[in-house]
Ligand binder design. Structure first.
Ligand code: PLP
Length: 371
């Protein structure tokens, strides 16, 4: 039989199915108690004063860019080694993403390169916790305080990760988590904003629902808003998944440990490096790097032919076609570009079995000897 091992797979039990069916039976499909419950639980989990649930991580990032008044003529310092949404949210408001290069070990943005990019137009820093690894928020907040910048943490890949006692997403002015099905926990589609800032939370709450005042009537619109609401079905799914998150994080750590054991010492293969002061790593994906003369693309072709789904994570944002049209160029970010040519995400999910991982590891070793 032809084998097929997917890259990612959500972990859905009867409890999630029942929770969603119960919402369907209740007749309240939007703006109801489940979204409130989900927000309460996120608040409790993160310790932040506010949680605003939205229909995607991208929506959450967009609302924060607007809530902080970032717009035309403003610059936001961020990373190009990320999912495209973390820079698109800046473009939505006609502000300019200013990319800094990354640390070749953790793949997070290189904090020592931030200051040289700050100009009088810089309004904010938007760091990303890449692949689940929390960025050095202490250093970023220190720079932000000195220059009076806002910090929006894109923790869409890092719910539950902890560094120096701080959960990812809770050290900046605001943070966002995302719940697409390949994330650690899912609401099918969805995201949530967390912040201690009352004004920003209220603005986000209003803008996610057509600019209504939080206490106003249905057809009174105080400001330009969107329909970025999370539905009751999605929130019910999220409540169950959030309860199971500690179990997910534990399982994913076990899967990561097994890959480390199975792939250790393969010449030219660099395994993920977690910074020493990361106490909890909530693994999003498992990304390995193939050093020259190994050829990542040929290795990927081989693995795909063996039924192993794998993807280059990430093609740099600044080299996407519409970013090139904005003037970003190959050569702008040498470390990002080099890493991006060499990295590959392997199958990674809660219930990946040892036997499946052994198969993946054997095939990776064969690919390395052939490519
Ligand atoms: C998943 C993700 C998002 C948000 O994605 P949505 O599909 O809109 O929920 C944003 N930034 C990063 C880095 C992500 O990985």
């Amino acid at each position: 039989m032809e084998r097929k091992i997917p890259l990612a797979r959500p972990d859905i039990t009867e409890a999630e199915i029942e929770a969603v069916v119960e919402v369907l039976r209740s007749g309240v499909l939007s703006i109801g108690p489940r979204v409130q419950e989900f927000e309460e639980r996120i608040k409790k989990f993160t310790g932040r004063r506010h949680a605003v649930a939205v229909n995607s991580g991208t929506s959450g990032l967009h609302l924060l860019i607007r809530a902080y008044g970032i717009g035309e003529g403003d610059e936001v310092i961020t990373t190009s080694f990320s999912f495209v949404a973390s820079a698109n949210c800046i473009l939505f408001e006609r502000a300019k993403p200013v990319f800094v290069d990354i640390d070749p070990s953790t793949y997070n943005l290189d904090v020592s390169l931030i200051e040289e990019k700050i100009t009088p137009r810089t309004k904010a820093i938007l760091p990303v916790d890449v692949f689940g690894q929390p960025v050095d928020m202490e250093a970023i907040m220190e720079i932000a305080r000195r220059y009076g910048l806002v910090v929006i943490e894109d923790s869409c890949e890092a719910i539950g990760s902890k560094r120096r006692g701080k959960l990812a997403g809770t050290a900046g002015d605001a943070g966002v988590y995302a719940f697409y099905p390949n994330k650690q926990m899912t609401t099918a589609e969805g995201g949530v904003i967390v912040t201690d800032d009352d004004r920003v939370a209220e603005l986000c709450r209003s803008m996610r629902s057509q600019g209504r005042a939080v206490t106003g009537t249905w057809l009174h619109h105080e400001r330009l808003g969107y329909n970025y609401r999370m539905s009751e079905l999605h929130a019910a799914l999220g409540v169950v998944q959030l309860k199971r998150l500690p179990e997910f994080i534990r399982r994913r750590q076990e899967v990561a440990n097994r890959y480390r054991e199975l792939l250790a010492g393969v010449e030219g293969v660099v395994l993920p490096a977690v910074a020493e002061d990361v106490e909890v790593m909530s693994w999003f994906v498992y990304v390995v790097r193939f050093l020259p003369p190994l050829n990542r693309d040929r290795i990927m072709e081989y693995l795909l032919s063996r039924g192993i789904e794998c993807k280059p994570y990430f093609p740099p944002i600044h080299l996407q076609p519409f970013y090139r049209e904005l003037g970003y160029r190959e050569g702008d970010l040498p470390v990002t570009e080099e890493v991006a040519r060499q990295t590959l995400a392997l199958p990674f999910y809660n219930h990946l079995t040892r036997e499946e991982q052994e198969y993946v590891a054997e095939e990776v070793k064969k690919a390395v000897s052939l490519c």
